[in-house]
Design a protein around this ligand. Structure first.
Ligand SMILES: CCCCCCCCCCC/C=C/C(=O)SCCNC(=O)CCNC(=O)[C@H](O)C(C)(C)COP(=O)(O)OP(=O)(O)OC[C@H]1O[C@@H](n2cnc3c(N)ncnc32)[C@H](O)[C@@H]1OP(=O)(O)O
Length: 285
């Protein structure tokens, strides 16, 4: 529950800061701005070109989320993309291709950290999804409290892992099941479906679809509704609903890492990821 998670966060926060010093990059991959609504921050993902989850980007994202969580002036965060091509292309395939087990272990731990930080956040999280959102990229919307998608045929959203010859981990699957239900998840996950906006709304993977230029303003007005509820009551309720799902990862983190590392290290898996990456590079607009 929360004490466990608090323990993990403290320990992992130190690791994140050490890692951030290691990268020492000048690029700002995450931009946080106060919004026009008091108590609301807008967090912009800016890892060009497609907000793929590199280790450096994940580290910066976690540090920024932690700062907001600990800053009592903030009650809610709107998460959006500052990359014209995508909300997020998910796991950076270069992080899970051609590296060694120690790297895969570190990477997976950090991805778990991000998930826990988001899923158990006390703040109201709203995803303003203004671009395509694939596989691991859905980690942010699926751990948010509310999801708004831009009404554009390019804005596909879903867990398409099977199309890469891999499987989504249980902690991607569980929030999806909680949100869209068992049968729809069974269908979406096995076929690796990427939903266009109208279908995404129909299946329930997003809560609202609006024209792209209204995503931000809609997120702010939805946030106002959520902030009308007293924080302590909303937080207790959120924790009560999410704790059983979160506990599964908190309790099985090490096994999950071992499973991931042995799965991703297989030659056959490496081959299919390399093929997918090569295909992405060929299919240029
Ligand atoms: C016992 C069992 C245990 C189970 C253990 C679990 C197993 C593993 C679980 C791993 C979970 C992984 C989750 C993932 O997230 S995998 C990534 C999936 N992502 C995708 O499929 C999206 C891929 N990208 C796209 O579809 C498009 O790029 C996009 C629609 C987002 C944008 O299209 P656009 O045409 O505008 O741009 P480009 O395609 O030209 O992309 C620009 C450059 O970015 C590179 N790129 C894109 N996505 C990625 C990525 N995910 N990783 C790395 N690089 C990426 C692309 O190649 C272009 O690069 P270049 O400009 O250099 O060519």
């Amino acid at each position: 529950g929360l004490p466990d998670a608090a323990f993990w966060w403290k320990e992992r926060a130190t690791c994140c800061k050490v890692r951030a010093r290691r990268f020492g990059s000048q690029r700002q991959l995450v931009v946080v701005e106060p919004s026009s609504t008091a108590g609301v921050a807008v967090l912009k993902l800016k890892n060009l070109p497609v907000n793929s989850f590199s280790l450096e980007f994940l580290t910066e994202l976690i540090i920024n989320l932690e700062k907001l969580e600990n800053d009592k002036t903030f009650r809610g965060i709107i998460i959006t993309s500052d990359c014209p091509k995508a909300f997020s292309a998910g796991v950076d395939l270069r992080e899970i291709c051609g590296k060694n087990p120690a790297h895969y272990t570190e990477y997976w731990k950090v991805l778990q950290d991000l998930w826990l930080r988001l899923y158990l956040s006390n703040l109201v999280l709203i995803s303003a999804i203004n671009g395509p959102c694939a596989a691991g990229g859905c980690l942010i919307p699926l751990t948010s409290d509310y999801r708004i998608l831009a009404d554009n045929p390019k804005c596909l959203i879903g867990l398409n892992e099977t199309r890469l010859g891999i499987s989504a981990p249980f902690w991607f699957k569980d929030p999806l099941v909680n949100i869209i239900g068992h049968r729809a998840s069974e269908h979406a996950l096995q076929l690796g479906l990427l939903f266009p906006p109208a279908e995404a709304l129909q299946v329930g993977i997003v809560d609202k679809v609006v024209p792209k230029d209204q995503v931000q303003s809609t997120a702010l007005s939805v946030m106002t509704q959520w902030l009308a509820i007293p924080d302590h009551a909303r937080q207790l309720t959120k924790n009560m609903i999410r704790k059983p799902t979160a506990d599964l990862l908190v309790k099985h983190r090490d096994t999950d890492i071992q499973n991931f590392v042995s799965f991703i290290s297989r030659d056959s898996i490496q081959k299919s990821l390399q093929m997918y990456l090569a295909k992405l590079k060929q299919n240029k607009d």
